[in-house]
Design a binder for this molecule. Structure first.
Ligand code: DQA
Length: 146
């Protein structure tokens, strides 16, 4: 089993309660449970973490360098603002896939810009919790070099 990190950014701890018409009704705990299960079928040992602070996310990315083969990352609102997170992603030399539950291209103008996307292998957006599920499948293939 290949160890991978699924990392969630700010406000995602409130999933299920927060704007369910945009982000769905599943809680973060339920999404994580589904991803751990999906990982087992893909040969991926999925660990999950959520931080509201940029520092927490940066530390988690730095740590991942030491144990993970890749990262599925939803940077939340920091997607559109954080040079520090972008630098963290490009510093760790691990494949990182950016995900968003909502289709960020179809929302407000400011969400169309991602500072993180250019340093990721790719981005998946708009499929609800399945954005993470699709990203895990993609990450498995990237790790295998397929
Ligand atoms: C989000 C999209 C971001 O624009 C927003 O700030 C979030 C969630 C998503 O998963 O759709 O917090 O990353």
């Amino acid at each position: 089993m290949k160890p991978v990190l699924v990392l969630h950014g700010p406000n995602l701890n409130l999933l299920g309660l927060r704007e369910p018409e945009v982000y769905g009704r599943l809680t973060l705990e339920e999404i994580d449970r589904r991803l751990v299960e999906a990982g087992r079928e893909l040969g991926l040992d999925v660990s999950t973490a959520q931080f509201n602070s940029e520092g927490g996310l940066i530390d988690a990315l730095h740590q991942a360098r030491l144990w993970a083969k890749g990262v599925v990352f939803n940077p939340g609102g920091y997607t559109h603002t954080s040079v520090a997170l972008r630098d963290a992603v490009s510093s760790i030399s691990l494949p990182v896939i950016e995900v968003h539950l909502s289709n960020v291209q179809a929302r407000e103008e400011f969400r169309r810009i991602s500072l993180i996307a250019p340093v990721c292998v790719g981005s998946i957006s708009g499929f609800g919790w399945r954005s993470y599920w699709l990203a895990l499948h993609a990450l498995g293939q990237v790790i295998e070099g397929k």
